[in-house]
Design a protein around this ligand. Sequence first.
Ligand code: HEC
Length: 164
Amino acid sequence: MVNTKAIAGLLALSVMLAACSAGSEGETDDTSAQLEATSPAAPAGPLAATDMSTVDGTTLASFTGNAANGKLVFAQCRTCHVTDAGVNKIGPSLNNIIGSTAGKVPGYNYSAANAGAGFVWTKEKLFQFLEKPQRVIPQTKMIYGGLPDAQKRADLIAYLETPN
Ligand code: HEC
């Protein structure tokens, strides 16, 4: 009788263990299925040159930029950028940035994402980018959350046109 009970106990234990390992196998399968489902979409590219959409739906044309106010807003950029020609800091020089092709400031070591963005920094593109940089150039190495205030972006762009 003792042996039978012991065998029954072992059987119960092995059923539990089997259930357990089936459970963890199931989880592993779920995880790899999730990875397969998400990885192809992961590295999104920069927005198209013709895409000027903004998160808040504003367009630069509805604002009049004030360069003097923009100079004050530029304080947020100055940790990483200056407007002097040829002076790259954490970020590239922003001298003559309006009208330049993205990723082309000489001597600056861009991320592949910014280097390959392939669009021109028109005022509208800057207006879009500065609202939320990671939306326009996913994987940019510019650590800046964005400037949601559209008037301030218009001011900043007016300043960047003729920095002083
Ligand atoms: C914390 C540092 C940091 C701050 C703050 C910052 N930037 Fe940048 N910025 C960078 C870096 C780094 C890059 C290069 C990104 C890359 O190579 O992926 C960059 C790239 C850029 C570019 C693209 C340049 C090109 O040649 O394509 C523009 C335009 C720009 N920044 C404007 C601004 C403006 C305007 C502000 C202020 C509102 C600002 N940035 C704030 C670090 C910063």
